[in-house]
Ligand binder design. Structure first.
Ligand SMILES: Nc1ncnc2c1ncn2[C@@H]1O[C@H](COP(=O)(O)OP(=O)(O)OP(=O)(O)O)[C@@H](O)[C@H]1O
Ligand SMILES: [Mg+2]
Length: 253
């Protein structure tokens, strides 16, 4: 397993936001983590990436215990993520938003940058080339020189994904990539995520839009911080407890 989360628990005062929660992701898989509002999905991401300290439990990445690592260390080890509120540099171009994410992999020293050495220029050319490849992957090539603030909402969300990809992750965590999108944007985003998987990316996706199920190998369902069930997308869609968690116990299909 690339990611193994065991007995993960996070208490905020009297509230148990995540409660004895387990999830695993194998290399090359797309795993969905779905659940209603306030279920604990983003908190799970914040615990995996070291943004919040765990109350108890363990996070293993590629066989290494990363439970108490700082977010920058987790990123360097190869876990990239997007955020639900999708922070971007709105006054920068799309391309600049991506190239600025390459900082985590500094190829140049300050000396190289200051004197614009040949090594620095070669690194810059490399970063530009890689950034264009990433924009191609998420379908934003034609918007490369556009200011981020001028993009449609769906394209802004995919720019957040592009920025995460620039950190060269082995595992990508996407927090509600479809939120607020219209049907056309959803289709475009699902296609882009499918392309990433075809390129060998391992992805854990948090969503409460059930359309995400169409691209997942496996799905884990969380409610009130606890795992409700997990299984193949078809199994999860038909699970009575999942239907009740989403629509209330009285819902009839
Ligand atoms: N920093 C915090 N301090 C206190 N409570 C928090 C904090 N972060 C999250 N919570 C609470 O923990 C619970 C889980 O929140 P979380 O954001 O993980 O849910 P979510 O599944 O991502 O929901 P959504 O679908 O609305 O994004 C909620 O009750 C939330 O109010
Ligand atoms: Mg959330």
């Amino acid at each position: 397993m690339l990611l193994e989360v065991e007995h993960l628990t996070k208490n905020f005062g009297g509230l148990s936001a995540v409660n004895d929660f387990d999830i695993q992701v194998a290399e090359g898989e797309i795993v969905g983590l779905i659940g209603p509002n306030g279920a604990g999905k983003s908190t799970v991401f914040n615990l995996i990436t070291g943004v919040l300290p765990v109350t108890s439990g363990r996070v293993m990445f590629d066989g290494c215990d990363i439970t108490r690592r700082q977010p920058e260390q987790v990123a360097r080890l190869g876990i990239g993520r997007t955020f639900q509120l999708n922070p971007l540099f709105h006054e920068f171009t799309v391309l600049e938003n991506v190239t600025s994410s390459f900082e985590l992999h500094p190829y140049s020293s300050l000396f190289d940058i200051f004197f614009s050495t040949r090594k620095y220029r070669r690194n810059e050319a490399f970063i530009q080339e890689k950034a264009h490849e990433i924009l191609e992957l998420v379908g934003l090539s034609e918007e490369a020189d556009e200011l981020a603030k001028n993009l449609a909402h769906g394209h802004q969300k995919m720019l957040g994904v592009a920025r995460a990809l620039a950190t060269k992750p082995r595992l990508l965590l996407l927090d509600e990539p479809l939120a607020g999108m219209n049907p056309g944007e959803i289709k475009y985003s699902l296609d882009a995520i499918r392309d990433m998987r075809a390129n060998g990316m391992t992805v854990l996706i948090v969503e409460h839009n059930m359309q995400i199920l169409s691209l997942c190998d496996r799905v884990v369902v969380i409610g009130f911080g606890k795992k409700i069930t997990e299984g193949l997308p078809g199994e999860v869609r038909a699970n009575a407890e999942v239907i009740s968690a989403y629509f209330g116990a009285d819902y009839v299909c």
